[in-house]
Design a protein around this ligand. Structure first.
Ligand SMILES: Nc1ncnc2c1ncn2[C@@H]1O[C@H](COP(=O)(O)OP(=O)(O)O)[C@@H](O)[C@H]1O
Ligand SMILES: [Mg+2]
Length: 392
């Protein structure tokens, strides 16, 4: 099931050509035959037969509590659109369009409140969601891997009780979708911040496993220019309302929204490794974040890919901590076989190689973060920050 906000909703489709695309776009929805009869959403293909489409809209309008209606077609006749406008919840979608466009339009319509509770109520927002941000200090040090493992471990532990999502903010070329074998659906550039609500969020989500969803953007070299900072922050805000755990894979290079994201996180985990350049970068990044966000929790440093036998003249842990000028908050063993098997099969390491030391080490890190969360200095809640919703 892809979209928790559409699960179990009833959709009727008028127009045979539309049916396969509707099924692809709206997984988890219950489809009924024919345009008439009770439903939450009617999808009407105006191109198939404008006359039938008009009759269907008029029949919907006569219902005491008309469902939402989405009219679809290439050159929509004015009479049809005018008739559609009599329905309180209606929209048009012009061809050509893709599955994601249909999912977004349907989700936005179904999110609008129905007159007398015709729609199932959306799930109540979690009361105490927690957000952890993972940032790499050099390219390839394992930020995405550790973010995925942390999310998957939390999902395993909370099964059936709490929901977890991973948000990959590497908008141009994020790897989380490929690592997890899930299709990226988060089309932030195609919407505006004010349109992002729980239903649109649902349309952006990709299912990884029960209680674990992924938000990742389809590859787009211009994504960082095309997506507004408001949309990123709003998306995280809504994710924090819908999920108990929000794990964010934050790009290493600062974007205009990076500090907002880090300021709203309960934990900032800087992922580094035992090489001199990575340690220098970790020290610099930790200092920069502390200087820019003095009230946020101090970043944690996790050293990834530790090996009993490091190649060449690698720093010891003591030397690493001296270089960092702070204690490391955790270490994660190197396990190339487990990591590469998992990315090739698609899925977290804790599924494919649950006994790996890599997994045990991330479990220990998760335990530490859950049991002893960072304390942040009290600060006024600012609207528009991911932290604002959770603190409210
Ligand atoms: N602890 C580890 N042991 C072995 N390989 C790892 C480990 N952590 C990450 N990797 C591998 O290192 C590569 C880069 O990891 P990735 O998470 O994509 O880094 P980043 O997100 O920081 O660029 C991937 O092939 C990944 O499977
Ligand atoms: Mg990455």
């Amino acid at each position: 099931m892809n979209n928790p906000f559409l699960a179990g909703r009833t959709v009727r489709v008028l127009g045979e050509r539309l049916a396969p695309l509707a099924r692809e776009s709206l997984p988890g929805v219950v489809f009924e035959e024919g345009a008439l009869g009770p439903c939450d959403l009617a999808l009407i293909d105006a191109d198939a037969s404008p006359t039938e489409a008009l009759a269907a809209i008029e029949a919907l309008a006569r219902q005491p509590e008309p469902p939402a209606a989405l009219l679809i077609g290439a050159h929509l006749p004015t009479a049809l659109v005018k008739s559609l406008m009599r329905l309180a919840r209606s929209d048009v979608l012009e061809s050509p369009f893709g599955a994601a466009d249909l999912a977004l339009a349907a989700a936005a319509l179904m999110a609008q409140p129905a007159a007398a509770g015709a729609l199932a109520a959306p799930p109540p927002p979690p009361q105490d969601s927690r957000c952890w941000a993972f940032v790499g200090t050099v390219g390839g040090c394992g930020a995405t891997t550790l973010a995925i493992e942390a999310a998957a471990i939390l999902a395993q532990r909370c099964k059936g009780r709490r929901k977890v999502c991973l948000v990959d903010l590497n908008l141009a070329d994020g790897a989380a979708g490929a690592y997890l074998g899930a299709t990226p659906n988060m089309r932030l550039a195609e919407t505006t911040a004010d349109r992002i609500d729980p239903a649109v969020l649902g349309a952006f989500s990709a299912h990884v496993e029960d209680d674990f969803d992924l938000f990742a953007a389809p590859r787009d070299p211009r994504a960082f220019q095309r997506v507004s900072p408001e949309a990123v922050v709003r998306m995280l805000d809504v994710a924090c309302q819908a999920y108990d755990w929000v794990i964010v894979d934050v790009p290493r290079l600062r974007q205009s929204w990076t500090l907002d994201v880090l300021a709203g996180a309960d934990e900032v985990v800087l992922v580094s490794e035992l090489t001199v350049p990575a340690l220098l970068s970790a020290r610099a990044m930790a200092g920069e974040i502390e200087a820019d966000l003095p009230e946020a929790p101090p970043p944690r440093i996790v050293l990834n890919r530790l090996n009993k036998k490091m190649f060449g003249p690698a720093p010891s842990l003591g030397e690493a901590e001296r270089a960092l000028q702070r204690k490391a908050d955790g270490g994660v063993a190197s396990d190339w076989e487990a990591a590469s098997t998992s990315v090739n099969l698609g899925g977290p390491v804790c599924h494919h190689r649950p006994k790996s030391k890599l997994v045990k080490d991330v479990e220990a890190l998760v335990d530490r973060l859950v049991e002893a969360p960072s304390q942040r200095a009290e600060r006024p809640v600012e609207v528009g920050r991911p932290g604002a919703v959770r603190a409210a």
